[in-house]
Design a protein around this ligand. Structure first.
Ligand SMILES: *Cc1c(COP(=O)(O)O)cnc(C)c1O
Length: 395
């Protein structure tokens, strides 16, 4: 093949994307303009949620969610160890305590039975919430998590960074889009270039809860509100009309500047128009990998063909993972490992987490490797990848 590196994930920028960004750069608003609302409305409609709040990145989205849900120091929140560290870190930003529960080795998702065991083993009220992750793009069964959460009075944040366009099927046979807010209180997405929709940096929160929505809008901009109802001192204008001056912005709470810019929103919006094409292509790539590796002795498990899977990643579990990783790298195929289990990160080890605490996640981590997966991966490139893997194991 060529000497071009094949990464595990990559953005796709079209002329239409560039045009959308340039138009916004030439408009009156670089930030706090109309593109934000447009992107929010289009995104909410895409996932089927009532409200969407665009923010600076997925991590900011998680942080704002924890603030809006009022996570307090030493509040215990449960999440999975197989995710990007931010899914856990947001709890720490508020001083809360991260409690990991192991994954289901077949789905790679947070194992609801492990969560149930944790909840049962402690007095009610010990835990405040759960952050399940649609890891690799596979939708969590949120209906089941909602039923469990209802029993214990917990909130749910769905980390949907891997799954825009993904869905699960509920017990009534209805399609439930990731981030639609029917079971989770809040959901979050990221627009980092390796994710489905690229905006440079960027994030989105979706919800069906109007109160949380309003709170998020305020926290995104310094905790400042222009909501007239909150002002104590209306001004009487000539003619006896009582109103509030436009400069009157009150800071209600300690908020942040977690806004997205308008030119990023324009890029995200333009990318969103092609999201379904990207999903379809990802599915094709997944099918090709699946068929190539099905029944092979060196494959312990793989992502598989799952309806509603958004295929942010295609994971295979193999013997001698490091050897394969290095061999692919020598061939300019930059596969990736997702993820070092969060509980084994030095930061979380400092809280007492250790090797052996999450056996399923740790065993997964020893074998997993994410193969290149992005819509512009060519057929030839994918064949090259498959051939190199086959060659590595068959000599
Ligand atoms: C990417 C990602 C995040 C963080 O998003 P950023 O936009 O990079 O801050 C959080 N959770 C998961 C699962 C992610 O993949």
């Amino acid at each position: 093949m060529s000497d071009k590196i094949i990464p595990y994930g990559k953005q796709h920028i079209t002329d239409a994307d560039i045009k959308a960004v340039v138009e916004t750069l030439q408009s009156d608003f670089l930030t706090q303009g109309p593109k934000i609302k447009e992107f929010e409305e289009a995104f909410a409609s895409y996932v089927g949620a009532k409200y969407a709040v665009a923010v600076a990145n997925g991590t900011a989205a998680l942080h704002l969610n924890c603030l809006a849900l009022n996570v307090q120091p030493s509040d215990k929140v449960i999440t999975t160890p197989i995710t990007f560290a931010a899914s856990a870190n947001c709890i720490r930003y508020c001083g809360g305590e991260v409690v990991f529960a192991d994954i289901d080795p077949d789905t790679y998702l947070l194992d609801i039975n492990k969560v149930r065991e944790l909840l049962k083993a402690s007095p009610k009220g010990t835990f405040k919430g759960i952050i399940p992750v649609d890891f690799a793009g596979r939708a969590v069964d949120l209906e089941a998590f909602r039923n469990l959460a209802a029993e214990y009075g917990l909130w749910i944040i769905e980390d949907s960074c891997h799954s825009p366009g993904g869905y699960s099927i509920n017990s009534k046979g209805e399609k439930q889009n990731c981030g639609n807010g029917n079971y989770a209180d809040l959901a979050i997405f990221s627009f980092h270039p390796v994710k489905h929709i690229a905006a440079g940096e960027g994030g989105m929160i979706t919800t069906n809860d109007q109160e949380l929505y309003k709170k998020l809008l305020m926290l995104r901009t310094h905790g400042i509100t222009k909501d007239e109802a909150s002002y104590e001192n209306p001004v009487e204008f000539a003619g006896g009309e009582t109103s509030y001056p436009a400069w009157y912005m009150e800071m209600q709470e300690l908020g942040y500047n977690y806004r997205l810019t308008d030119f990023q929103a324009a890029l995200g919006l333009s990318q969103l128009q092609r999201a379904d094409d990207g999903l379809a292509r990802r599915r094709e790539i997944a099918e090709k990998y699946f068929n190539a590796f099905k029944g092979k002795s060196y494959i312990k498990n793989q992502s598989g063909i799952i309806d509603g899977h958004a295929y942010h990643l295609y994971v295979i579990e193999v013997e001698d993972r490091l050897g394969l990783y290095n061999y692919l790298r020598e061939n300019k195929i930059f596969a990736q490992i997702h993820y070092i289990p969060t509980h084994l990160m030095p930061y979380y080890k400092s809280f007492g987490w250790k090797e052996g605490d999450m056996p399923k996640a740790e065993s997964y981590y020893k074998n997993c490797i994410s193969l290149p997966m992005f819509p512009t991966l060519t057929e030839e490139e994918q064949e090259f990848i498959i051939n190199k893997i086959t060659e590595y194991y068959n000599g």
